[in-house]
Design a protein around this ligand. Sequence first.
Ligand SMILES: Nc1ncnc2c1ncn2[C@@H]1O[C@H](COP(=O)(O)OP(=O)(O)OP(=O)(O)O)[C@@H](O)[C@H]1O
Length: 250
Amino acid sequence: MSRDILVLDHLCKSFGPVEVTRDVNLVIREGERHALIGPNGAGKSTLFHLISGNYKPTSGSIRLDGDEIGGLDPARVNRRGLARSFQITNIFSGLSVAENLRLAVMRRYGLQFNFWRRVTHLRRVNAEVDDLLQKIRLTAKARSIAGDLPYSDQRSLEIGMTLASDPKVILLDEPMAGMSHEETEYTTDLIRDITAGRTLMIVEHDMDVIFTLADRITVLVYGEIIATGTPQQIRESARVKEAYLGEEAG
Ligand SMILES: Nc1ncnc2c1ncn2[C@@H]1O[C@H](COP(=O)(O)OP(=O)(O)OP(=O)(O)O)[C@@H](O)[C@H]1O
């Protein structure tokens, strides 16, 4: 039985009088791919902002691997082992693919100055970069300038940089936004590959992606969780159909 890696407990967030996150209780298990869905304005982004430290909870708690992270700033949350990828914001577009990955790997060793004196350690960084290049299928483009790559390759690189910190939990925020059907299929497959054995939370509007990728799905409506379950349970839930999926559920 896998352990609980991320636990949201009676989590609430209000902006003035408006309650946007309402008593959210959710347990993410280590190693699962968990999707968060819900209609526009349901509060998905707000929940991600709370988890990643961009927003402070009004009340309630967020525990990552047993430690309270609710209210910590994003850099601290990141150091505790939570990486969030949003579009292509972490990429240095003037650097090559390999240089971007190298920086991301080096950031993990950042403060250990002695580390850089040892050639063996540099070799270790190079090996990690090679491994990441392979995982994100960009080995052949290692020397290409990141900003010149097609958008979907830039998204792959961004996801690779998220992985470089070896996080306990990865949050992916609408990874397929702006992609063609082919790019979406490719990236879904890539995400499935590289998150094997890792814990993933994903917000995505494309229902085909969600239902192929997720082990479990949570449905948020008006800031409240109305259901959590396997794709099949969510597909069959009358409450979800009524509140959200409508005719799409078939
Ligand atoms: N900083 C803010 N101040 C006031 N209201 C906010 C703020 N951020 C979000 N909201 C409100 O909270 C609600 C939830 O927004 P949020 O962006 O979290 O929803 P979402 O599910 O991510 O939507 P979408 O699918 O459209 O991205 C919306 O009604 C929004 O107007």
